[in-house]
Write a protein that binds this ligand. Sequence first.
Ligand code: GLP
Length: 241
Amino acid sequence: QIATEIVADAAAVAERVSDIILARVRAQPRLTLGLATGRTMVPIYQRLVAAYRAGTVSFRGCTTFNLDEYCGLAAHDPASFHTYMRASFFDHVDLRADHAHVPDGMAADADGESLRYERLIAAAGGIDLQVLGIGINGHIGFNEPGSPLRSRTCRVTLAPETRAANSFSFGEGRAVPSHAITMGIATILDAREIVLVATGRDKKRAVEAALNGPVSEDCPASALRRHHHACLVCDEDVLVR
Ligand code: GLP
């Protein structure tokens, strides 16, 4: 089951989730962290950067693995998750550049890149703490409804609703990529601890399906109920206390 913590609003969610991350990094300076992108994560990274600037944490010993990247977007592309991560976190803390991993969306051989990513995670000793957002359709990473619950890192096709939800990052007239490389659902479940984060009314249905619906490919986030150390932190727009 997924332990659930409901707090007042998005700011309280960011405070709680950043406190969990900071506590783990302080307790285990060589922590391997799984990281997510998306709007939900923005205030969380702001708090992590603020803690680093205040001198209360160091990420120097940490290794990070991002969940996903769009296919066909170079690392320097303004809409790439590489750029998002540099702008919101990597460029502002003491994490070593060679310890910060994001799948290569430009890889000509997506299967080879996926295998390389899996091996990198394994070589780092696996992920200690995976932070996850959730899509309005219940996706985690870019594992859309219908993805096998046993999937490993691979190239996937994005759902129309996901491309629409993420179109804000792309300039007018610029299409959202049709494919991405994402950690698989089984890859995510291998993490020793998972924190799922959700804010806002548009996540209510997906979160309710994940918590109370069947554990099924129809709602990839429902797979988290098979994990023994997964929690959800959300606000009152998502669930009532
Ligand atoms: C995106 C990302 C996920 C993210 C989720 C929610 O498409 N691939 O990693 O957690 O969808 O995004 P947001 O926080 O913007 O709602």
